[in-house]
Design a protein around this ligand. Structure first.
Ligand code: SF4
Length: 138
């Protein structure tokens, strides 16, 4: 894995559809859209200050994806000194989908997949900006 690859950290959000949308979006970026340019880490390993994860994060730009305004991923990456390039929120992705029925904490509807896919596209663009030396919004 390239040292310049961008770290992607989704919140855990286990009990909410917002968390599932965020995780699926991140998995699409890593699995399909920008596999060579990204790396994943588990939020729990960051919260527990896992030494191996901290080493992997060291010197890399990070994009956090949070399900709701509590911003668990962003807050915890900041707590361990991670360098946040961009912080995205699933709730913002809903703004262009008023009234959407996105599904549940365990299963997305077609609306939910559409929101997740659009969020994945946004994340991929942020990855490109980070790799090109952009300023980010973190
Ligand atoms: S940001 Fe919101 S959805 Fe995500 S883990 Fe925290 S409380 Fe749950």
């Amino acid at each position: 894995m390239s040292k310049e690859s961008v770290m992607l950290i989704p919140c855990s959000g286990i009990g909410k559809v917002h968390g599932l949308i965020g995780r699926e979006a991140v998995f699409k970026v890593k699995g399909e859209l920008r596999p060579q340019d990204t790396d994943l880490a588990c939020l729990a390993e960051i919260v527990t200050q896992d030494a191996e994860v901290q080493e992997r994060m060291n010197g890399r730009l990070t994009i956090t994806v949070d399900g709701c305004p509590k911003m668990c991923a962003e807050k915890n990456v900041r707590l361990v000194g991670g360098e946040i390039f961009a912080s995205l929120r699933v709730v913002d992705a809903f703004r262009t989908h008023r009234g959407a029925q996105a599904g549940s904490a365990t299963e997305l509807t077609s609306d939910g997949w559409q929101i997740s896919d659009e969020l994945a596209d946004q994340i991929a663009l942020k990855v490109d900006e980070a790799r090109q030396g952009g300023k980010g919004n973190g």
